[in-house]
Design a protein around this ligand. Structure first.
Ligand SMILES: Cc1cc2nc3c(=O)[nH]c(=O)nc-3n(C[C@H](O)[C@H](O)[C@H](O)COP(=O)(O)OP(=O)(O)OC[C@H]3O[C@@H](n4cnc5c(N)ncnc54)[C@H](O)[C@@H]3O)c2cc1C
Length: 390
């Protein structure tokens, strides 16, 4: 029952054989296939299509969704998949999170049976890739007050507006665009083959220091015509969008823990092997202080994740519980990445040692799916009853 990763409180013993097997499959893919190949893609800021699409061989796609050929994972397995992907590489992890959770989750949670039947089977096989367009140039944290509009015209909605930071957009076959309708409601509108649609412009953002191996795009929408049946049937208000975000933030809490585990495990190995002053640097008190600090924080992150999975399994997980986990884990991931990088000295800033990649990815994890400030304020609102967000 041993686990090759850091697991001080033996959480491994809480897993079923099937969960352990699944985690091992994802870990092997990341260590054996992704690790040897990912760095040049990261350096060139190029999407590693084959590495990303290789994930379809694992039984993990559409883990949030039951039926339609989706993986239908239990909450703990869902979390473990996120942990292992992000322990390996943040770009691959985010590519998968956008496709499998944000896009497929939106359709699975808010689509009608007909919409699920129409889009999910091909997405589950990764024959079609999904993206999720909520953020706008002028509406980031304030995503509940979007400026993008959907005006009804006969059998169509006509979309106008702009989106920013949209992961997978330039490679997507299906893009969920969130827009305000004339009644003031909010809907998710599915664009099919968006790159080819009249009125849609998708331009990748260059110069990113984080998640460099996946594309994030600016999108403009000018009189884009969408058939009525492409509005997700159960998407009426931001509350519906928030249901998707609660589930995907659950994944991000695990993602942050996985990223931190990757950093810590690299640092532990390196400091045991690297010698200075005639002995391994792990034998020096100051290095041990950093290692123990990382180990203690990581263990707390893991405990938070395992408890969230229990709450989710009994349908008790709510928005503020997830917000606290995302807040806690994202800032600890950033801290651990910083300490781990430091223990590698100069080698810590080279991508060859994998840690520099994880270190920069921690910045995006800290900011997306609700910045740390916003997640903090969601918890603040819950425990005080007072809204300090707006
Ligand atoms: C790598 C990456 C991938 C992404 N992928 C996607 C995607 O696939 N789809 C998508 O829709 N979006 C995506 N995003 C967007 C992401 O969700 C936003 O960046 C995030 O919500 C913050 O919005 P913003 O960047 O506009 O920052 P802003 O909202 O402008 O915030 C700037 C600063 O102000 C603070 N702030 C804002 N409001 C308040 C407040 N009320 N109180 C206190 N402080 C406040 C913030 O915490 C932050 O520190 C991605 C972002 C990144 C970086």
């Amino acid at each position: 029952m041993t686990y090759p990763g850091f697991d001080f409180y033996q959480l491994n013993t809480r897993l079923s054989d099937a969960q352990r097997e699944l985690r091992g499959q994802v870990r092997s893919y990341m260590e054996q296939i992704v690790w040897p190949a990912i760095n040049p893609y990261w350096e060139r800021a190029e999407f590693p299509r084959e590495l990303a699409l290789g994930l379809k061989a694992l039984p993990i796609v559409g883990g949030m969704v039951h039926g339609y050929g989706c993986a239908a994972l239990d909450p703990l397995s869902l979390g473990l998949v996120n942990y292992e992907l992000s322990r390996g590489d943040g770009s691959i992890g985010t590519f998968f999170g956008v496709h499998s959770s944000l896009a497929m989750g939106s359709i699975g949670l808010l689509g009608s049976v007909e919409q699920c039947e129409r889009w999910l089977p091909a997405m589950a096989k990764m024959e079609k890739i999904g993206a999720f367009g909520l953020t706008e140039p002028l509406r980031g944290s304030d995503a509940s007050h979007l400026l993008t509009t959907a005006r009804r015209e006969g059998d169509f909605y006509v979309l106008n507006g702009a989106k920013r930071w949209i992961g997978n957009a330039s490679i997507a076959d299906l893009l969920v665009i969130w827009a305000k309708d004339e009644a003031g409601g909010l809907g998710g509108f599915v664009l099919e083959q968006p790159q080819d649609m009249p009125g849609v412009r998708i331009e990748d953002i260059s110069g990113k220091i984080s998640k460099r191996a996946i594309p994030n795009a600016n999108i403009t929408l000018e009189n884009v015509r969408i058939p009525l049946e492409n509005r997700l049937a159960q998407s009426h208000s931001f509350r519906d969008t928030a249901k998707v975000l609660t589930l995907t933030r659950y994944g991000v809490a695990w993602e942050a823990a996985g990223l931190a585990a990757g950093c810590f495990e690299i640092a532990l190995k390196y400091t045991q092997e690297r010698e200075q002053f005639g002995r391994p640097i792990a034998g020096f008190q100051l290095i041990q202080q950093k290692l123990v600090e990382m180990a203690a924080e990581l263990t707390q992150m893991q405990l938070v994740c395992f408890r969230l999975a229990e709450l989710m399994a009994v349908q008790q997980l709510n928005e503020s519980m997830v917000a606290m986990a995302k807040y806690n884990n994202a800032r600890k991931a950033r801290y651990i990445a910083q300490l781990a990088r430091e223990t590698l000295g100069g080698n810590g800033i080279l991508i060859d040692n994998h840690i520099a990649r994880l270190f920069t990815d921690a910045e995006a994890v800290y900011t997306y799916e609700g910045t740390n400030d916003i997640n903090l304020l969601i918890v603040g609102r819950e425990i005080t009853g007072l809204n300090a967000i707006f």
